[in-house]
Design a protein. Structure first.
Length: 138
């Protein structure tokens, strides 16, 4: 039992002395804060405030620039739509006219074939030949 007490005492001495000595040194330290340190601190604070103001100004500037870029893209999209809409409408009209012309061409070809058949038949029929001459077809 004595051995345990001695070991416990030996272990607790460095722990207690370290705690006491650090607290004693902490109280004995003087903080040397001179007038020059105070002035330096004030100057540093002023510089930090001016830098913070510059950063805030930059944030505003970047915000305005980004807003203008987004507005420019929106205008470009709007302008493209307004420009392309009449072109698309005109393209649809032209496509419709093209389909109509193709249909008319087919009808003309059929009429040409019919005219050829009638002319061929008119060579055998005198009455039909006379009718075609009056109509200025033959």
């Amino acid at each position: 039992m004595n051995k345990h007490l001695i070991i416990l005492f030996l272990i607790s001495i460095p722990i207690l002395s370290g705690h006491i000595s650090t607290s004693a040194f902490a109280q004995n330290k003087e903080i040397s804060y001179t007038l020059e340190d105070r002035d330096r601190s004030i100057r540093m604070e002023e510089k930090l405030n001016s830098q913070q103001q510059q950063i805030n100004d930059l944030k505003w500037g970047f915000g305005i620039i980004i807003t203008l870029i987004i507005a420019l893209f929106a205008y470009i999209v709007f302008d493209r739509r307004t420009t392309l809409y009449p072109l698309l409408e005109r393209t649809e009209q032209l496509a419709l006219k093209d389909r109509q012309l193709e249909q008319d061409i087919k009808e003309l070809q059929e009429l040409k074939k019919l005219k050829e058949v009638i002319k061929e038949y008119a060579q055998t029929d005198v009455k039909l030949t006379e009718l075609l001459r009056r109509a200025a077809i033959y």
